[in-house]
Design a protein around this ligand. Structure first.
Ligand code: SUG
Length: 416
């Protein structure tokens, strides 16, 4: 069986809007109240999937969750008198950021030789806390084969878990046993620390990881305070390479030493604050990139256009490309609609190292299926949504119908 990295991107749902729901996420706060463009947003996301597929990589997708979420509205006794932010939560398309769907430990890392996935409870943000029961249903469909996968419910809500966005894996190749690095935050700062240490430790136990190949590392409180609400806003890993801002971790030297002790082949590419400040990193989303091993064996970094267009970030990238480092290509993509809610290329994907033949093929993409999804999006996704439209029953009906049209087209009616 051949293990490859499959990126499962979230299709941007038809209710995509800017409600400013995420405290500590600077883009979400800055764009609160803006008009969103769900159709353009979904097409941008599909454009990224096509881009990565054309690089010769394996691409999958996860579907938008049911919105407006009647289960959530019923559970809070919604009758129109509730806070508008709760109404906006029920309409949120936040499941597009599939890096928060689950934490994934591929088969070579686990004791039972299966790939383990634990849905993330996302409890810190009310609009995200409603995702996991529907997410886990979808994961159980996509990764249904019990010989190859184990899908776990989220860890208890007393421990905040944000999934793969606070988890990195380093190893010589995707298919070799890897070192799994869980990055947690400590509360007490200006913004919430969404990933709790005990959630990370629970996930590692559920996945039966080898303690000798597992690390628990604290996020730098300064990074969280600057707007790095997930670790993947300031660091990303792929195979033997860790690409990180120098202020990502509370104890950077200790973290690098621990990684190098466990994986001597590790190469750590550190971006100094002097070249790219934390503020520049967070504004440009340089690190919220997909660091990918291309079929040639070279590594490419899929970055948002915002990073490519940022003068200091661009200068650093140009210097990196001119040097002899492990990242040989920089590939900018346009995901501006998602970026305006704090979601870059890395947020939009969940990485699963597995044999594609063991995944439900309905969740895998080829060029023809991307084109088909684009026709559904073009026909059914609202062109724009302004926050004062949230709650409108006509718009709600359009959003429900749009998702159902997609499910029907993809033969995934089980998720209706
Ligand atoms: O959880 N934004 C998401 C962005 C998630 C990014 N994911 C990763 N870094 N992996 C969040 O803060 C904004 C929604 C709003 O404000 O309407 C939002 O949920």
């Amino acid at each position: 069986m051949s293990l490859v990295e499959i990126n499962f991107d979230g299709i941007v749902g038809p209710s995509h809007n800017y409600a400013g729901l995420s405290l500590g996420n600077i883009a979400s706060a800055n764009n609160a109240g803006e008009t969103s463009y769900p159709r353009a947003a979904a097409l941008q996301g599909l454009g990224k999937m096509r881009h990565n597929l054309a690089l010769g990589l394996t691409q999958g997708f996860l579907l938008p969750l049911p919105r407006p979420n009647a289960t959530f509205l019923n559970a809070i006794g919604a009758d129109g008198s509730e806070d508008r932010r709760l109404l906006a939560a029920a309409w949120s398309a936040s499941s597009m950021w599939t890096a928060n769907a689950a934490t994934v430990s591929p088969a070579p890392d686990t004791t039972d030789g299966r790939c383990h996935l634990t849905a993330a409870n996302l409890v810190t943000m009310p609009h995200r806390s409603q995702e996991w029961p529907d997410t886990v249903k979808q994961l159980r469909l996509a990764f249904a084969d019990p010989a190859h996968f184990a899908v776990h419910d989220a860890v208890p809500a007393c421990f905040g878990d944000e999934g793969a966005a606070n988890h990195m894996r380093i190893g010589t190749t995707h298919g070799a046993p890897g070192l799994e690095i869980f990055v947690y935050g400590k509360s007490g700062g200006a913004f919430p620390a969404r990933q709790h240490e005990q959630a990370s430790r629970a996930v590692a136990r559920l996945h039966s990881l080898d303690p000798a190949r597992t690390l628990f590392v604290e996020q730098n409180p300064e990074a969280i305070a600057a707007g790095a609400f997930h670790n993947d806003v300031v660091a990303v890993a792929n195979e033997r390479v860790l690409f990180t801002h120098e202020l990502a971790f509370a104890d950077p030297e200790g973290t690098y030493a621990a990684i190098q002790e466990k994986l001597p082949e590790a190469e750590i590419v550190i971006v100094p604050a002097e070249a790219v400040s934390l503020a520049d990193a967070i504004k440009s989303y340089l690190f919220n990139a997909q660091l990918l091993t291309l079929p040639s064996g070279e590594m490419g970094l899929v970055i948002p256009l915002e990073a490519w267009e940022h003068p200091r970030v661009r200068a650093w990238l140009d210097a990196m490309l001119a040097s002899n480092g492990p990242i040989r290509r920089v590939l900018p993509v346009d995901v501006r609609q998602s970026m305006a809610n704090g979601g870059g290329p890395a947020c939009l994907r969940l990485r699963v190292v597995a044999d594609p033949a063991t995944v439900d093929p309905r969740f895998l993409l080829d060029e023809a299926k991307i084109a088909l999804i684009e026709t559904i999006v073009a026909a059914h996704w609202p062109e724009s949504i302004s926050p004062d439209q949230l709650g409108d029953p006509v718009l709600a009906a359009q959003i429900v119908a749009a998702r159902l049209a997609l499910l029907e087209t993809l033969d995934l009616d089980e998720l209706a």
